[in-house]
Design a protein around this ligand. Structure first.
Ligand code: NIG
Ligand code: FE
Length: 412
């Protein structure tokens, strides 16, 4: 079963198979072929090139006419909290009225509000609500997402969330990685006993999650008012005993030391980074850790945008992700993330696309399978209407340019 995509105006985002992330000036290029074709089969990219394929069109089982549009790799979204119950539109009013994220959290709102809602929602209902968002992001061009727990905050409810993520893995065409974020906030039963909660995460939650093989990664909200560096280290040590790699929430609310602790424990990524000093950049140099910025949270909470350009100028790679969650970024629109990368963080369209595809794939450990146009990778593709340039994608960021979505070689 082979499918031909013909009449591709520009096939963009081509990379060799051995490039798993792009750093520094390598982020400036998006390799492309004009007037191209692409062949896919068994869910993967089999071949591509300029002009027409050597085989006749009739020899293909299916032919898709791109009509001169762009074909791009699907977006990868390496940081989401897409499994949650209900929403927090009430806090939206508080926020507009002037309360900060921390003030809302201190009043028992925020993450704890979502934990209460989740506790009172059945696993089936939670799955249904999450699948609506999953289908929403698929339609907007996302092909791979990482999903975190962290709205359970009890052993039972964390497991409930992770089982929902597992079910989404099994039932949706997305490439999915699951992250255990038990240390997202202190569960209500442990109010005022933060260290005891951390001990509970380590002694009870991590072993249970590992036993059911529910998490690919572990995360900690290492920030002011949430978890300390010492507590983060304790959790990462425990996760390492079970072979679970970290991805860390760091430097959203303060220069938290989370970047350095992430690098020390070989985190795959350190995420947020709204606040950065030169020390963070130095800590990341030469590491395997991908700095990941979440402009949707900056936009929604009115925080500074990550200094992506400084990182790139220092020779580092940068990934962008949506942070889709009910409190700080209620959107999973990666095209808007790409646009904010350009408009607010001054990335070039090429840097922003690389940050939203190959580097975000790296930040969730799947860049050997997705994130670029590469023979052997999954055929996860966006076909656009004819557009004048790559820059048009973030420039005209609300224009509905996506014409077709292909995941695992199949039209969605
Ligand atoms: O990445 N910063 C911590 N966690 C989420 C927000 C979670 C929430 O408010 O529900 C974030 O921004
Ligand atoms: Fe987050």
């Amino acid at each position: 079963m082979a499918t031909l995509i013909k009449n591709i105006g520009t096939l963009a985002g081509i990379l060799p198979a051995d490039v798993l992330r792009l750093e520094g000036s390598a982020m400036n290029e998006v390799q492309s072929i004009n007037n191209a074709y692409l062949i896919m089969g068994e869910g993967s990219i089999i071949n591509f090139g300029q002009g027409q394929p050597s085989q006749p069109e009739e020899s293909f089982d299916e032919v898709i006419d791109a009509n001169g549009g762009y074909v791009l790799p699907s977006f990868c979204d390496s940081h989401t909290h897409i499994v949650y119950a209900g929403c927090r539109d009430g806090e939206f009013r508080d926020k507009i009225a002037g309360l900060t994220y921390e003030e809302i959290a201190k009043r028992g709102g925020g993450i704890l509000n979502s934990a209460d809602l989740l506790h009172n929602t059945s696993e089936e209902e939670l799955y249904q609500q999450a699948m609506e968002r999953v289908n929403e992001v698929i339609a907007m061009g996302t092909g791979a997402i990482e999903i975190k727990s962290g709205y359970g905050l009890t052993l039972e409810d964390e497991i409930k969330m992770l089982r929902v993520i597992k079910r989404i893995k099994e039932s949706s065409p997305l490439t999915i990685k699951a992250t255990f974020l038990g240390a997202h906030a202190v569960g209500r039963a442990y109010t005022g006993r933060q260290q005891e909660y951390v001990d509970h995460v380590c002694q009870d939650m991590i072993p249970a999650v590992a036993k059911e093989q529910l998490a690919d990664y572990v995360d900690v909200f290492c920030d002011k008012g949430f978890f300390t560096i010492e507590q983060t280290a304790q959790i990462l040590e425990k996760a390492a005993e079970f072979g679970i790699e970290p991805k860390i929430h760091a430097n959203e609310l303060d220069v938290s030391g989370g970047v350095q602790i992430g690098v020390k424990y070989n985190a795959l990524s350190v995420d947020h980074l709204e606040r950065t000093t030169p020390a963070e950049i130095e800590a990341l140099r030469g590491s395997k850790t991908m700095p990941t910025m979440l402009p949707g949270a900056s936009f929604f909470l009115g925080m500074p945008y990550g200094a992506a350009k400084e990182y790139i100028n220092a020779g580092l790679g940068v990934a962008l992700a949506s942070d889709y969650n009910p409190g700080s970024s209620p959107s999973g629109n990666m095209r808007f993330v790409m646009a904010m990368g350009c408009i607010k963080m001054r990335l070039t369209p090429e840097q922003a696309l690389n940050a939203c595809t190959i580097n975000s794939a790296y930040a969730m450990g799947v860049s050997d399978k997705v994130g670029s146009i590469t023979i052997g990778k999954k055929a996860n593709l966006i076909i656009t209407k004819p557009i004048p340039s790559l820059a048009f994608i973030p420039y005209s960021h609300q224009t509905p340019i996506i014409k077709q979505i292909i995941l695992n070689g199949k039209l969605i």
